[in-house]
Design a protein around this ligand. Structure first.
Ligand code: SF4
Length: 393
C-alpha cells in the first residue's frame, strides 16, 4: 500500500507565566502560584497528546485537522509569557509530549522565548538536551532606566550575563527583541541600544515600535495623553536608525520588523507568513489549517488557564476571498513578497483578475514593485505597509 504523503505543519505552545506583568503588555500572561502552573501543564500535555483524537478522555477532543500522523512538524515555538520562568523540566516534558504525538522533522527549528533574569546554566543545559535550538530573548532596551519604566524584571547587565550563559551552553541561534518609541526614549538612546546589541552579534533581531494597548497600565498613563511619548518624527528617526544600522552590519531585513544574518530567518514565523498550517496548544493559542473535509479553518483556545474546559474562540472557516487577502497581506510582510505563480496555483485564478487595479495603483504610488513574477513592497511601501494592506481587504 502506498504511504500517505505527510503535510508540513508548525506547532506553537503558549506558556502564560511571567515573574511579573510588564506595564505595556496585553498578552495572556501573568504571575500565578505553583498549583495553577502544575494544573496548566497537566492540561497542556493532555491537549497535545489528544491531538487528532475524537475521544480525548479528559477534555474536548480535536479531530478537526485530522490525525497527528498526517503531519510532519517543521518548527516548534514555545512562547509566552516567559517559558524560561518555569522549571526547565516542564519544557522538556512538553517537547516529549509533542515528539510522542507527532513526527517532528529531525532538522526542525525549536525556538523558546526567554527573559533576562530567568536563565541560568542549569536551565540552559536542560533546554539544550530537550532539543531547543533557538532562543528568543526579550531585552527591549539596553537602558536600565527605560527597562524599569517598562516594568521589566531585569537590567541590561543581567541580560548580558544570561546571553553569555546561553552562548556558553552552545546556543548558536539567538534572537533579541528590541522596542522603540518608548516614553522618554530618544533616538540616541535607541542607537546606543543597537550598538551594544550588535557588539554581541546575535543571529536575529526583532524590532518593534511600542503600541499602547488598552487594559494596560500604559494605556492609563499614555492612552489619552501621548505627550510623554516620542513625537512622530522622533519615532520615525528610531525606525530609520534601526534599518540603517542593522543593514550596515550585515543583517537582512526579511520582514517588516525582523532582521537576520544570512540563513537565520526565523523558520517558524516565515511559515506563518507563507500559510503553513499551525497548531496552537495552551491558553490563547490559535490553530490554522485544512480540516479533514478540506475547509481552511482557524480557531483559538480561550484566554484562561482552564481553557480546555471552555469553548474555542474566533472559530471561523475562511472564504476564498479571505484566503486570498491573507495570502497577499501576510506574504507582502516579507521583503521577498509573493509569487504570482503560487497565487495562481493556490487559487486557480490569475492575480490580476482579483487584484489587478489595486496592484496597478500601488505600483503607480511607488509602494509595490512587480518584477520577475513576484510582487513586493518597496522601501517606501514597507514604511507605509498598513495603508497598502488595507487595499487588499
Ligand atoms: S515578560 Fe513578556 S509576556 Fe510577560 S508580562 Fe512582560 S511583555 Fe508580557
Amino acid at each position: 500500500m502506498e504511504a500517505r504523503q505527510k503535510r508540513n505543519a508548525e506547532i506553537y505552545v503558549h506558556i502564560p507565566f511571567c515573574v511579573k506583568k510588564c506595564a505595556y503588555c496585553d498578552f495572556f500572561s501573568g504571575a500565578y502560584d505553583v498549583e495553577k502552573k502544575a494544573a496548566y501543564f497537566r492540561d497542556l500535555n493532555a491537549e497535545i497528546r489528544s491531538f487528532g483524537k475524537t475521544d480525548a478522555g479528559d477534555g474536548p477532543a480535536n479531530a478537526i485537522y485530522g490525525p497527528a500522523d498526517a503531519y510532519v512538524i517543521s518548527s516548534i515555538f514555545i512562547g509566552g509569557g516567559t517559558p524560561s520562568s518555569v522549571e526547565p523540566e516542564r519544557i522538556a516534558e512538553l517537547l516529549e509530549s509533542i515528539r510522542e504525538t507527532f513526527t517532528v522533522d529531525p532538522a526542525a527549528e525549536i525556538s523558546m522565548e526567554a527573559n533576562p533574569g530567568t536563565l541560568n546554566k542549569e536551565k540552559l543545559a536542560v533546554y539544550k538536551r530537550a532539543g531547543v535550538n533557538r532562543l528568543s530573548i526579550g531585552l527591549q532596551s539596553a537602558d536600565n532606566g527605560l527597562l524599569e519604566m517598562l516594568g521589566r524584571i531585569h537590567t541590561y547587565e543581567e541580560f548580558l550575563e544570561n546571553y553569555r550563559a546561553a552562548r556558553a551552553a552552545g546556543f548558536t541561534n539567538i534572537n533579541i527583541d528590541l522596542m522603540s518609541g518608548l516614553p522618554g526614549q530618544t533616538a540616541a538612546d535607541h542607537e546606543n541600544t543597537l550598538k551594544k546589541v550588535l557588539s554581541l552579534s546575535p543571529e536575529h533581531l526583532s524590532c518593534y515600535s511600542l503600541i499602547i494597548e488598552e487594559n494596560t497600565p500604559f494605556y492609563a498613563l499614555y492612552g489619552a495623553d501621548a505627550s510623554a511619548l516620542p513625537t512622530e518624527e522622533e519615532d520615525r528617526a528610531m525606525y530609520r536608525a534601526t534599518k540603517a544600522v542593522l543593514q550596515a552590519s550585515g543583517y537582512e531585513r526579511y520582514e517588516i520588523s525582523n532582521y537576520a544574518k544570512p540563513g537565520y530567518e526565523c523558520r517558524h514565523n516565515t511559515g506563518y507568513w507563507t500559510g503553513v498550517p499551525y497548531f496552537g496548544f495552551g491558553a490563547a493559542a490559535a490553530s490554522y489549517g485544512e480540516t479533514v473535509d478540506g475547509t481552511l479553518h482557524r480557531e483559538k483556545n480561550a484566554c484562561a488557564l482552564n481553557y480546555r474546559r471552555l469553548p474555542k474562540e474566533e472559530v471561523e472557516d475562511l472564504t476564498p476571498e479571505e484566503r486570498m487577502a491573507e495570502f497577499m497581506i501576510l506574504g507582502l510582510r516579507m521583503t521577498r513578497g509573493i509569487s504570482e505563480e503560487e497565487f495562481a496555483e493556490r487559487f486557480g485564478t490569475g492575480i490580476d483578475t482579483v487584484y489587478g487595479p489595486v496592484i496597478e495603483k500601488h505600483v503607480r504610488y511607488g509602494t509595490l514593485i512587480r518584477e520577475n513574477g513576484r510582487i513586493r513592497l518597496t522601501e517606501y511601501g514597507l514604511d507605509v505597509s498598513n495603508l497598502v494592506f488595507e487595499d487588499f481587504l
